[in-house]
Design a protein around this ligand. Structure first.
Ligand code: NAP
Length: 402
């Protein structure tokens, strides 16, 4: 509990923490009471200095609730949009207080008297504005945090390539692993040329029995301080129609390989007193997913493993993160045999993962995915979730495999 409190309050100025606590009180206690318990006839809401009562107050309580909840999240996770929204919100409260008092007092004295109640909020607006750097993404400094070498699996395509590029750009040497050697060679040449770092290529099939152990062996002479368990694949379709051997290999790549590699490399990280492990999970791991049943199950495994290790290893100064993207535009859909559909940008997803490592146990890429995953998980039952998810997945699955 002490550690958690330290995590929540570290690095932020005290007055910002006080505002965050106030926002948490509003989001978790006051606004639910205001919305669900307070009688409509006595309800009041103020927006931009305008007073709303009755049903309008009830309706406007919903966005108000959202504002406070978003603020708690923004303070806690140092989201960049807070740099503008925190001073903007404080400024509109200051404006409201000024307008009210000025109009109530009336005349020229109102113009002056209105300033007094508004002054604390004007000061807060100024404080947020001058401290807006707090919400700027911090430099990664991966090399300083984890050491000279990173290992990225699944580096030959998609999110893995993006992760390898960003890690190299931050100055770490990178071991690039996958099956397609030509892709790894051209990426290695690019990284060495662009960022003046060292690379090593390890061609490994992580679907083979012993594939991950062979990869661990091939990097045993390096102090790998950052492990990126990214290699993975899907296989869409109705369970009984799918090829059993391909499903087994999928489980080996998505679950066994990260397990074996993490187990092998975490020993050295513990001895050196620092390290980082990133698992590329998926929002698919948050729920049962008919027509992608095995894939979702493997990503649930990655999420559970990663979040548990986050708690286990933090005392050893080893950061663990599960990066949970929704759909990303990579080769994934083609490999999985899905009907093509739009998705997020791999570079942005990779950047989110590296930025969040050391900040939290898991991160969902994209606010819509976040809302969907959390709303679905918390507001419905698992059977309903499975049926709705199955309906959604049918649109992405070729007819002959439904
Ligand atoms: N794209 C999405 O919509 C999405 C969404 C959520 C999560 N994810 C997760 O993100 C990760 C990366 O996927 P991606 O979207 O970047 O897909 P991708 O473009 O298909 O890349 C997959 C990578 O994994 C490697 N890989 C696949 N099977 C392998 C095997 N048997 N042995 C060694 N390496 C293997 C591939 O390399 P080779 O083929 O050269 O071996 C490739 O580098 C996966 O864990 C995936 O589950 C993807």
């Amino acid at each position: 509990m002490r550690e958690w409190l330290f995590d929540v309050f570290r690095e932020r100025p005290w007055w910002m923490s006080a505002v965050m606590i106030f926002c948490a009180y509003m989001a978790f206690i006051y606004m639910p009471w205001d919305l669900f318990v307070k009688p409509v006839e006595v309800d009041q809401e103020v927006w931009f200095g305008i007073l709303f009562t009755g049903a309008w107050a009830k309706i406007l309580a919903v966005p108000h609730w959202f504002v406070y909840a978003a603020a708690v999240y923004g303070f806690r996770r140092r989201r960049s949009w807070m740099a503008f929204w925190a001073p903007a919100y404080a400024a509109q409260v200051a404006f409201g207080l000024y307008l009210w008092t000025a109009l109530e007092t009336g005349g020229f004295s109102g113009v002056i008297v209105g300033l007094f109640p508004a002054l604390p909020m004007i000061a807060l607006t100024w404080a947020f504005w001058t401290n807006r750097d707090y919400f700027d993404p911090k430099p990664l400094a991966l090399k300083a945090r984890y050491g000279d070498w990173a290992l990225v699996t699944g580096a030959s395509a998609g999110i893995g390539t993006a992760l390898a590029r960003q890690i190299a750009a931050d100055g770490m040497n990178v071991v690039l692993s996958a099956r397609r050697e030509d892709r790894l060679r051209s990426l290695a040449a690019e990284l060495e040329r662009e960022y003046e770092i060292e690379t090593r290529i390890v061609v490994a099939d992580l679907g083979e029995v012993g594939g991950a152990a062979g990869l661990a062996e091939a990097v045993a002479d390096l102090d790998v301080g950052l492990l990126v368990n990214n290699a993975g694949l899907g296989y869409a379709g109705r369970f009984d129609l799918l090829d059993g051997e391909r499903l087994r290999r999928l489980v080996t790549v998505n679950c066994e390989a990260p397990l074996v590699l993490t187990h092998a490399l975490v020993q050295g990280m513990r001895e050196r007193g620092r390290g980082g492990v990133l698992f590329t999970g998926s929002v698919a791991g948050r729920q049962p997913l008919p027509l992608h049943a095995v894939y979702a199950a493997t990503k649930a495994f990655d999420a559970q493993l990663g979040e548990a290790l986050w708690a286990e290893l933090r005392a050893s100064n080893i950061d663990v993160l599960v990066l949970e993207p929704g759909t990303v535009e990579t080769e994934f859909q083609e490999v999985a045999g899905e009907i093509p559909h739009r998705g997020a940008d791999a570079d942005q997803v990779a950047a989110l993962g590296l930025r969040s490592l050391g900040e939290q146990p898991s991160v969902i890429a994209g606010w819509f995915n976040w809302i969907r995953a959390n709303a679905a998980y918390r507001l419905t039952t698992r059977p309903i979730l499975a049926l709705v998810a199955g309906h959604h997945m049918a649109k992405q699955t070729p007819e002959e495999l439904r």
